[in-house]
Design a binder for this molecule. Structure first.
Ligand code: PGA
Length: 254
């Protein structure tokens, strides 16, 4: 059985005060979900130490929104997997569409980040997904397969035993346009089929989260789909009642 994960992605949001308030509010729902669903928050790097401070000792996990491919050196502005590990991160998001888009990260670079994260014992959360134009042109599977293949080529299929995938159609991120449960389920099952062509056991075990305007209203039906194993939540992870409702939706479907 795949245990669902509800993971917040705060992006470039937060203050010292909001970090304290939100993490304190999430500890109890995460503790209650324990055993049925995992709960994690991926925060801007500057806040990860505070997240650690408030979440330590609870079942709430945390991670980064990105990581560098190096462990140290002359790479101004970056955060290494080793540093993130030292601050108690479990997860590192890699290849979010905002990084691929605004920072021109290629599939190969994202694969290198995936590998660097795993090398330090972090669990990479590999984001994949198509643009609106690609969706309209029915290119979704071509895009996500290429994004997956770059990681398989570099790290091997077995690397997905210690990784999470997040399918996030770019046209659904931050737009309020959630993919319908049918569309999301169809893509998730095709992703699993694709992975199955490399290794059936890995395909059956890997958790595939849905992301893109997933909220308290849409989460229950999305999470009830067979191949959707939780969500990567942007906007709604900045509101305690909404994120708590999403955690409860995952628990109800576990
Ligand atoms: P959203 O973001 O929930 O605000 O659409 C999801 C994401 O980008 O991970």
């Amino acid at each position: 059985m795949r245990k669902p994960i509800v993971m917040g992605n705060w992006k470039l949001n937060g203050t010292k005060q909001s970090v304290a308030d939100l993490i304190k509010a999430f500890v109890e729902p995460a503790n209650q979900a324990f055993g049925k669903a995992e709960v994690a928050i991926c925060a801007p790097a500057i806040f990860i130490g505070s997240v650690e401070q408030y979440a330590q000792g609870s079942k709430l996990q945390w991670g980064s929104e990105d990581c560098d491919i190096h462990d140290s050196g002359a790479y101004t502005g970056e955060n290494s997997p080793a540093m993130l590990k030292e601050f108690g991160c479990t997860y590192a998001i890699v290849g979010h569409s905002e990084r691929r888009g605004y920072h021109h990260e290629s599939n190969e670079e994202v694969a290198a980040k995936f590998k660097a994260a795993q090398n330090q014992g972090l669990i990479p959360v590999l984001c994949i997904g198509e643009s609106e134009a690609e969706f309209e042109a029915q290119k979704t599977m071509d895009v996500v397969k290429a994004e997956l293949k770059a990681v398989i080529d570099l790290c091997g299929i077995a690397a997905f035993k210690q990784a999470v995938i997040a399918y996030e159609p770019i046209w659904a991120i931050g737009t309020g346009k959630t993919a319908t449960p049918e569309i999301a389920q169809s893509v998730h099952s095709q992703i699993r089929e694709y992975l199955k062509s490399f290794d059936a056991e890995v395909a059956a075990g890997v958790r595939i989260l849905y992301g893109g305007s997933c909220n308290a209203k849409t989460a229950p039906e999305l999470f009830s789909q067979q191949d959707i194993d939780g969500g990567l939540i942007g906007g709604a992870s900045l509101k305690a009642p909404d994120f708590t409702a999403i955690i409860n939706a995952a628990v109800a479907n576990a």
